[in-house]
Ligand binder design. Structure first.
Ligand code: MN
Ligand code: MN
Length: 402
């Protein structure tokens, strides 16, 4: 008899109760870590870190926290920052050495940027919208009336939000006579220049974007993307929005797939030939199984606010084990999104070859799915025989990007 929330595995009659000390809340969040599937094997490094366990930097205008390779050493390509701004608050004018890809999670904001051709950019963004600033491009973010929370993803694993080039930090560390000469102003006029960086600070909610006047040229290639303009690929158990060079030319370093999996569905067995996968979970609960050659396999639990890493080329699946739509973002340090589907591979290999490997008949091989199906049913709630779960699909995710 399996006990709830105990490290006891029915499948092979292993384990025993945990009499404590223990963190039961954490164990309850990690059913597949507490009781790994029998197929897990070997020593697989940690592939998960929650923003809830990251240092919170609290500032006048909001907060920021980061998950880098210091928190998650398995990440070799990218680092992430989760940031929140009060209504009207600024993330100050700055730039950095890494490319920045971002998605607005809640609220609204106005972003500005300038490129090396002297072309400037301004746009207002709502939840679900994206921006991308390549390395060295100066930019700012200001929350609008709702305030905002967003995810930033950077193209180096050791990036730190505390290590960017800030306007006020530079001027505070430049002799005032040099600053005055540069701006053609008196030093007295600059008496109140900040003596240290402002970073995230309060401001007034600005007026409509139509009333903002900007001298100079406008950027030819938009550095924002409104997700309502991106068509979703519809699959039997969910949707995928692929955002790469083909739909977002400004994103030259990082590509993404935003995935919604219905309750009872899963992201099929697949891998990525071009880059390591960096995941951010936006909603729901996921069971993620990773196969990393040499019989290495490990299963992780994820929920909203968690970051995951899938090693380059490692096979994996992502199953929705909750009762609401699972929404997550797969990010890659590669301008084009790509994956290889196990089903597609086997369906396009001569049936006899596959049959000889799987010890099944060629007739069985011919039944394998051959259609592209990134998100498939594990437990189709519309099929009556597997009916111990609700039929109540919500439309939360369907409306997220509209
Ligand atoms: Mn930035
Ligand atoms: Mn993947």
């Amino acid at each position: 008899m399996t006990k709830q929330n105990e490290p006891i595995r029915e499948a092979d009659h292993t384990g025993w109760i945990d009499q404590g000390p223990r963190n039961e809340q954490r164990d309850r969040q990690n059913p597949n870590i507490l009781v790994p599937p029998v197929t897990d094997h070997g020593t697989v490094t940690n592939l998960r870190f929650s923003f809830s366990d990251a240092h919170m930097r609290l500032e006048e205008g909001g907060w920021a926290r980061e998950v880098t390779n210091r928190e998650l050493p398995a990440s070799h390509d990218m680092a992430g920052v989760n940031m929140c701004l009060k209504p009207g608050a600024y993330r100050e004018l700055h730039w950095h050495k890494e490319a920045e890809w971002a998605i607005m999670l809640k609220g609204n904001a106005r972003v500005t940027a300038l490129n090396e051709n002297g072309e400037s950019f301004i746009d207002d963004l709502d939840a679900g919208d994206l921006w991308n600033f390549e390395a060295g491009i100066p930019h700012s973010i200001q929350a609008l009336d709702q305030g905002c929370e967003f995810l930033l993803v950077f193209s180096e694993p050791d990036f730190s939000e505390n290590n960017t080039f800030l306007l006020t930090d530079w001027l505070a560390h430049t002799p005032k006579d040099i600053v005055a000469a540069n701006f053609k102003l008196d030093e007295d006029t600059l008496a109140a220049l900040p003596t240290h960086e402002k970073y995230i600070f309060d401001g007034q909610v600005p007026g409509p974007i139509s009333q903002v006047s900007r001298p100079g040229k406008t950027m030819q290639e938009p550095v924002t993307l409104h997700m309502k303009d991106v068509p979703a690929k519809q699959f039997e158990a969910g949707k995928v929005w692929i955002v790469d060079q083909n739909v977002f030319p400004a994103a030259k370093t990082i590509s993404a797939a935003i995935v919604m999996v219905e309750p009872g569905g899963m992201r099929e067995l697949h891998w990525h030939p071009k880059a390591e996968e960096w995941d951010y979970f936006m909603q729901g609960q996921a069971k993620v199984g990773v196969f990393n050659s040499n019989s290495l396999a490990r299963t992780f639990d994820f929920q909203a606010g968690d970051v995951g890493v899938i090693p380059k080329e490692a096979g994996h699946y992502i199953q929705n084990i909750g009762d609401e739509p699972l929404i997550f973002i797969e990010l890659f340090k590669n301008p084009i999104y790509s994956d290889i589907s196990l089903n597609k591979w086997l369906a396009t290999t001569p049936a006899q070859i596959v049959a000889d490997h799987l010890n099944v008949s060629t007739a069985t091989v011919k039944q394998l799915p051959s259609e592209e199906a990134a998100v498939v049913w594990y437990d189709d709630p519309t099929t009556p025989k597997k009916s111990n779960q609700s039929n109540g699909h919500t439309d939360d995710a369907n409306s997220f990007f509209s």
